[in-house]
Design a protein around this ligand. Structure first.
Ligand code: C5P
Length: 314
């Protein structure tokens, strides 16, 4: 009867529901090396991943839909859901593969939106990975990376899922040396920062840092390696958004912070710590001083593709 059939369908759907972690990306350094004729900026960035993440699920369906929940879902409420990068990713993948764009997608949003840690890019990459399996596709890596780049400059590295030296506008990926699982604090004051505006305000000469050659043995060695490199988007982000300077100052003031820096075009900033205990003490101090800010104590992960989606962190 109807009820039995409905139950059977639900059980079958659950069996084929795929869950993927969509981890935050962190620009350990970011230099602007030039500007293309179309206005896009050429970058040189060491990008890594953190163990804090959104969760994306994909399941079979007769049409394409997206449901958003989670602690930061409200930040997406004003956006037209059909513009969500996840749905654009699904439609682009279906078109490239020549299949019908049919799937039920859910996004559990933990990461701050427009925060410089690639939340939307990570979600899109996780959706691409999940749908690739759900639709049983066979497309080569170059096609997938091309498709990813069409969705945004940070989507290719999120699809790659491992720390990389990223250049071009985000499409040239070179594997980085293995990174330590350094204790990391991510802090976002809640003020969204517009990426085009930050790029638009960048002034000064272009510079190209030397890539990291050897694997740093621990957080301190990593912090020392990063010291001569920076984030060229920090000065314009500070002038656009007071909260960026405030966040950097607060992180720098924490005992044991080895290195403090903004990620991407901001406003999320991060600090590396030598120990979990110092990172936890800093987390508690900042959460107490700024109860409405988003504060996540996490660590760097070498291979973000291996992150288990459950339980959701932060
Ligand atoms: O590619 P994505 O959607 O993340 O970029 C948003 C905007 O940020 C672009 O339209 C561009 O104005 C700016 N941008 C840039 N150079 C990059 C990445 C982004 O100028 N490498």
């Amino acid at each position: 009867d109807e009820d039995t059939r409905a139950t059977a369908e639900t059980a079958a759907d659950m069996a084929t529901t795929l869950r993927a972690a969509a981890p935050a990306k962190v620009n350990l350094y970011l230099h602007v090396t030039g500007r293309r004729a179309d206005g896009y900026h050429l970058l040189d960035s060491l990008m890594a991943f953190a163990a804090v993440h959104d969760v994306v699920t994909v399941a079979p369906a007769d049409d394409l839909s997206l449901t958003v929940d989670g602690p930061n879902a409200a930040a997406l409420a004003d956006l037209d859901p059909s513009d969500n990068l996840i749905l654009r990713a699904a439609r682009a993948l279906a078109e490239t593969a020549g299949v019908a764009a049919c799937a039920r997608l859910t996004l559990t949003k933990h990461l701050p939106v427009a925060g410089g840690i690639g939340g939307g890019s990570a979600d899109a990459a996780a959706a691409l990975r999940g749908l690739y399996r759900l639709w049983d596709l066979t497309l080569d890596d170059a096609t997938m990376l091309d498709l990813a780049l069409g969705l945004g400059a940070d989507v290719p590295v999120c699809l790659y899922g491992r720390a990389a030296h990223v250049s071009g506008i985000g499409e040239v990926l070179d594997p980085a040396p293995a990174l330590p699982a350094a204790p990391l604090l991510l802090v976002n004051a809640g003020a969204p920062v517009s990426t085009p505006e930050v790029f638009g305000r960048r002034r000064g000469p272009f510079s190209r840092p030397a890539p990291l050659r050897d694997a740093p043995v621990n957080a301190l060695a990593l912090a020392q390696d990063l010291a001569g490199r920076g984030n060229d988007l920090e000065p314009p982000a500070r002038t656009l958004c007071d909260a960026v300077g405030e966040t950097l100052d607060l992180l720098t003031a924490q005992a044991g912070a080895l290195l403090t820096r903004m990620s991407g075009s901001g406003g999320t900033c991060f600090a590396l710590f030598a120990s979990e205990a110092e990172a936890e003490a800093a987390r508690r101090a900042i959460a107490e001083a700024r109860p409405h800010w988003w504060v996540a104590r996490t660590r760097l992960v070498d291979d973000a593709r291996a992150l288990a989606p459950d339980p959701p962190s932060a």
